[in-house]
Design a protein around this ligand. Structure first.
Ligand code: HSE
Length: 295
């Protein structure tokens, strides 16, 4: 049985819509072996589809078909820490697990670029799938077929503190609320900030991050779907965060925090409780530079 560890991911990073993403120290685990039939189980209490609609299974089967290898079924065990439909790349983690699992079981006929391309084709955008596979911060352009990407490892003690609301926001819904067109001025606003984000993160110019995470492509529209979202942003800034942005399509909100800001998480939890958001989770994470690993 092969064992796969897949990191959560945070996409967009403010202004880098569908282009920037990074991997986080928060993991799903998938065990997989070939079998005669479909045997899918959850190793925690997360309900997972146990038929062909299971995304790990479906993706793995697709890869066997693409490679022209006989397929009889799979035994899959899933341990899901990454919450679903919260903006932390849960579906990308399933797609990457399916691809890496199937590729490994077949003797690795596909290379890394093939897997990056296929995963983006399945997901529709590369900014969760690529960092989930590669780790670090990934800059990616997807032309519909090929992903043109750069992975950069990030050596920082910054904390990525994620606030996870107690409700789901499906990516389809969060994409449906976006404008079809934007002005030239807004395009410049976003591209300059997206470029500033990775350059500032990688060079330690953290004082730029607050400016870099502002955008006019998605966050203002999606915030309407997230009750208390703006209060959480304001609270994160009042507690000294360098930056706060909507993780992926949301509803999770990320705060980028200095390592020396020792009591940030505790104070943030206290503030959430005072807002009546007792069921919202707070996790202190770091950047994962390794991406998906076979254990
Ligand atoms: N870039 C994607 C979006 C990430 O914002 O819709 C969510 O999957």
């Amino acid at each position: 049985m092969i064992k796969i560890q897949i990191p959560a991911t945070s996409a967009n990073l403010g202004a880098g819509f569908d282009a920037l993403g990074l991997a986080l120290s928060y993991y799903n685990y998938v065990n997989m072996e070939e079998a005669d039939g479909i045997f899918i189980s959850s190793l925690d209490n997360t309900p997972v589809p146990q038929d062909e609609s299971n995304l790990v299974y479906h993706t793995a089967k697709t890869l066997f078909d693409i490679c022209g290898k006989p397929f009889h079924g799979l035994k899959i065990e899933q341990l899901n820490n990454i919450p679903m439909a919260r903006g932390l790349g849960s579906s990308s983690a399933c797609i990457i697990a399916g691809l890496v699992g199937a590729n490994t079981l077949m003797g690795s006929p596909l290379g890394l670029d093939d897997l990056v391309n296929l995963s983006a084709q399945i997901e529709g955008h590369p900014d969760n799938t690529a960092p989930a596979l590669l780790g670090g911060i990934v800059t990616a352009v997807f032309d519909g077929r090929t992903v043109h990407w750069v992975k950069q490892e990030v050596f920082t003690t910054l904390k990525f503190v994620v606030v996870i609301p107690d409700f789901e926001l499906k990516t389809e819904k969060a994409r449906a609320c976006l404008p079809k067109e934007i002005s030239h001025k807004d395009a410049v606003y976003n591209l300059s900030r997206a470029a500033l984000f990775s350059a500032s993160l990688l060079t330690g110019k953290y004082e730029n991050l607050r400016t870099a995470v502002h955008d006019r492509l998605h966050q203002p529209y999606r915030m309407e779907l997230i009750p208390h979202g703006r209060e959480v942003f304001d609270t994160a800034y009042s507690l000294g965060a360098y930056a706060s942005y909507l993780s992926g399509a949301g509803p999770a909100i990320m705060a980028i925090v200095d390592a020396d800001n020792e009591y940030f998480c505790g104070k943030l939890k206290f503030a959430l409780e005072n807002m009546g958001l007792n069921n919202w989770e707070v996790h202190e994470l770091h950047i994962d530079n390794d991406g998906t690993k076979l254990l």
